[in-house]
Ligand binder design. Sequence first.
Ligand code: NAI
Length: 328
Amino acid sequence: TRTPVNVTVTGAAGQIGYALLFRIASGHLLGADVPVKLRLLEIPQGLKAAEGTAMELVDCAFPLLQGIDISDDPNVAFDGANVALLVGARPRTKGMERGDLLEANGGIFKPQGAAINAHAADDIKVLVVGNPANTNALIAQAAAPDVPRERFTAMTRLDHNRALGQLSKKTGVPVSEIKKVTIWGNHSATQYPDIFHAELAGKNAAEAVNDEKWLAEDFIPTVAKRGAAIIEARGASSAASAASAALNHVNTWVNGTAEGDWTSMAVPSDGSYGVPEGLISSFPVTTSNGSYEIVQGLEINEFSRTRIDASVQELVEEREAVRALGLI
Ligand code: NAI
């Protein structure tokens, strides 16, 4: 029998938490043969709802679920964590400036990073989902100097999956035959979904689509603004798809990308593709044996260059803002 993996989930009582926890417990995070222990972190007002969710988890009698702990103390919730999904964040409310938003999230991600530094397991892997995800990941990373910096990642897998969905809808090629799509930059409206290296049933996607107007005026804005479109349609933000993408992100990180394919993850830049070193920016990555590498050597055309640069510039500004606030 394998020792259970400790999975810490913050914002456990939220929408994404509710869509995420049952699937973690049923083996969709790490695999159908890996037992898990859940460690749920909430703020005091969220504890009661988290306890209700924990009751339901018990009632599912998942064979892989070997325990649930709930706390409002990051030092407890991250104790022994092997995987941390940082979902809880402070949303932007009406009239809130970016500086206020970053400061409020600094108040969450700085102590959580410090708790990870002090208490998590040596093999800790961190995925930040809560927005602004890339910069929240940077804040947590800065507060955890003893953890290898590449263990802090942010989620652009939902954007990646949205791009697969839109390409499939446009071309009729099933998602299973679409490869090498890339999301570059920030998980925000400036992100750049790139299909110039993508393959549709073995053919170059940009050539197969052969419609730059659709690319510029339909595909890219549809993927980048999908979150707002979901809110408009559903009356609530994307939760099941976000949870599904979080499972995909960690599962791919742990279990590897398929031969001949890659995925998109926001990871600390090593300077590749002109992205300033240290920024947590989305790249094409391959994974194996629990680690990842940024795909090297892709040719970046003019169309892509402008869009990557614009999104990276936004990350540079966010980093400057949190630096000015003393958060990193
Ligand atoms: P929600 O508001 O339903 O839930 C958030 C939960 O986090 C609440 O239960 C709240 O009490 C909790 N929380 C707040 N501060 C906390 C703290 N310091 N420690 C622990 N828990 C805390 O929100 P939802 O829909 O679950 O979304 C969560 C986050 O995910 C949001 O920031 C949202 O913008 C982001 N998101 C990111 C996506 C991505 O692709 N990267 C996609 C969709 C959502």
